[in-house]
Design a protein. Structure first.
Length: 441
C-alpha cells in the first residue's frame, strides 16, 4: 500500500517511463475510443461523475497512469494498493482512513493493480465500502475480468477496455521522450525516424517497453561532440530477441490456440504455421498443442479424411519421444496436413445433436432385443429376445431396431460431400435403402 503525492518524485535513477508519466489527460497517448472528445470516460471525468471502475487491457497501455490522472483531475486522495502484498487487514485499515477523510469532504480513489490476483475473500472485503461510497475503486487487470473478478464486485464497477497502443502512437510517445526535459530533452539524441519505428514495432503495443528500450539504446549510444548517436547495429543488439506477450495461464494463451485452430479450419497453411511458431517460441508445451491437433482432426475433418487423426496422434507421440526443439518439425507436418485436408464438422454436429436427446431422455430404456440376457431371470424378462446377429446374414445387415421407440428415425450424423466422406455418405444411403426395402418386405 502506498499513498503518494502525485507527479512528484526524485528523478535521479528513476526509469524513463516513470519520469514521463502523463500529468494530465492531454498528455495521455492512445485510448481515444475512451478519452477522445465526447467519449464516455472523458465525459465522466470532465463532469466529475466517476464511479468505481475496472481498466482491462494489456501491459504498458496506461492503466495506472489513467487512474493517477483521474485522481489528480478530480482532486481526490489517491492510494496505490498492491494486490500481491496486501491482505484483508490492510484493506480494512485503508477503508477506515477513507471513511475518516470522507467526513471532511475528501474523496478517496483506491487503485488496485493486478486486481485479479486478489482471492475471493479479499475482493469481497471491498464490497461494503464500494457500495456505500467510502471509496472509489479503480482496478487494473490484464486478465478478462469476467473470469477473474467476483461477479458481486464486478457488477458494481464499470469495465473500460484499454487497447494496445498503435505504432504511430508509440512513435509519438518516443518523440516526446526525446524532446521533453523530463526525458532526454536536455541532451541531443541522434536517432532516425526509421529506428523509432523499429522500437515501436518491437514494443508490440506496450508503451512502457518502448520507453525502456529507448532508454537502453540512449544510455548505450555513441557519445559524440554533436550528441548521442543511435545506430541500427546498437538497436539490433538491444532487441536481439523479442519478448512475446504470452502467459500460459492467461487469455493470450487461449487467443493463440484459437488462432491456430481457426487458421487450420480455414485451410490457411501459412497462418497455421505462423501461430504454431508463435506458441512454440513463447515456450508453450508442445504436447498441449499436439493434444489440440488431435481434437481438431476429428472435430473439423473427421470422416472426410480419417488419416488426419492418425497423423495428429503420430505428431503427439513424436513430441513425447524427442521434445523441443526437434519436434517443431513434426508439429509443422501435422498442422500442414490438417490445414490442407478436406473439412467436415459432421462428427461434431452428430455428437452435439445426440447429446441433446441423451440429456432430455436419460431414462429412456434400452430396447429389449439388444439387452444382454446373461442370466435366466433376464431371459425370462425377454432380454435379448428378437436379437438379430448381423454376421449370420449375407449382407451383414439386419432390420433390427436399435434406437428407443421415442427416437426412431433420428438422424445425428449427416455426412458431407467432402473428401472420403462422399463414400461414407454413399454407404450410409445404401444401408438405409436396404433396411427400408426389407422392413417393408
Amino acid at each position: 500500500m502506498e499513498q503518494t503525492s502525485l507527479f512528484t518524485m526524485e528523478e535521479a535513477g528513476t526509469p524513463l517511463a516513470s519520469r514521463l508519466r502523463p500529468r494530465s489527460l492531454e498528455e495521455v497517448v492512445g485510448q481515444q475510443h475512451l478519452l477522445g472528445p465526447g467519449k464516455i470516460l472523458r465525459q465522466l471525468i470532465d463532469r466529475d461523475q466517476i464511479s468505481s471502475m475496472i481498466f482491462w487491457g494489456p501491459p504498458g497501455v496506461g492503466k495506472t497512469t489513467l487512474a493517477r490522472v483521474i485522481a489528480h483531475r478530480t482532486h481526490s486522495r489517491f492510494i496505490d494498493f498492491s494486490a500481491v502484498t496486501s491482505g484483508i487487514k490492510e484493506i480494512r485499515e485503508v477503508m477506515k482512513q477513507a471513511e475518516e477523510v470522507r467526513q471532511f469532504g475528501q474523496r478517496t480513489i483506491l487503485f488496485v493493480d493486478e486486481i485479479h490476483r486478489f482471492n475471493k475473500a479479499q475482493q469481497d472485503a471491498f464490497l461494503p465500502y464500494v457500495e456505500k461510497g467510502s471509496i472509489l475503486l479503480i482496478g487494473a487487470t490484464t486478465e478478462n475480468p469476467s473470469f477473474e473478478i467476483n461477479s458481486a464486485l464486478l457488477s458494481r464497477c464499470k469495465v473500460f477496455v484499454l487497447k494496445a497502443l498503435e505504432e504511430k502512437e508509440i512513435v509519438e510517445l518516443l518523440q516526446r521522450a526525446l524532446h521533453d526535459e523530463r526525458g532526454f530533452g536536455k541532451e541531443k539524441v541522434m536517432i532516425s525516424e526509421q529506428l523509432l519505428k523499429m522500437i515501436a514495432s518491437f514494443a508490440n503495443g506496450d508503451g512502457r517497453t518502448a520507453l525502456n528500450t529507448l532508454e537502453m539504446v540512449v544510455l548505450n549510444g555513441e557519445a559524440r561532440e554533436e550528441g548521442i548517436l543511435i545506430t541500427s547495429e546498437l538497436l539490433e543488439q538491444c532487441i536481439s530477441r523479442k519478448s512475446l506477450l504470452y502467459d500460459k495461464d492467461g487469455e493470450e494463451h487461449y487467443n493463440l490456440i484459437s488462432a491456430l485452430h481457426k487458421s487450420m479450419r480455414n485451410s490457411d497453411v501459412q497462418a497455421g504455421i505462423y501461430w504454431l511458431a508463435r506458441m512454440l517460441e513463447a515456450g508453450e508445451d508442445p504436447l498441449y498443442i499436439a493434444r489440440r491437433l488431435i481434437r481438431f482432426a476429428s472435430e473439423d475433418i473427421g470422416m472426410a479424411d480419417s488419416r488426419a487423426l492418425e497423423i495428429a496422434v503420430a505428431a503427439y507421440q513424436s513430441c513425447h519421444f524427442i521434445g523441443m526443439p526437434e519436434c517443431s518439425v513434426h508439429l509443422t507436418h501435422a498442422v500442414t496436413y490438417l490445414s490442407l485436408a478436406p473439412k467436415s464438422n459432421a462428427l461434431y454436429l452428430a455428437y452435439e445433436s445426440a447429446k441433446k436427446d441423451a440429456l432430455k431422455q436419460l431414462a429412456e430404456p434400452v430396447p429389449l432385443n439388444i439387452r444382454n440376457g446373461v442370466t435366466q431371470l433376464m431371459r425370462d424378462l425377454h432380454y435379448g429376445e428378437g436379437y438379430q446377429y448381423a454376421h449370420a446374414t449375407e449382407e451383414k445387415l439386419t432390420t433390427m431396431q436399435c434406437l428407443p421407440d421415442s427416437l426412431l428415425g433420428a438422424h445425428y450424423y449427416q455426412p458431407t460431400n467432402q473428401g472420403s466422406e462422399i463414400r461414407v455418405k454413399e454407404r450410409m444411403t445404401a444401408i438405409e435403402q436396404w433396411k427400408k426395402k426389407h422392413q417393408q418386405g
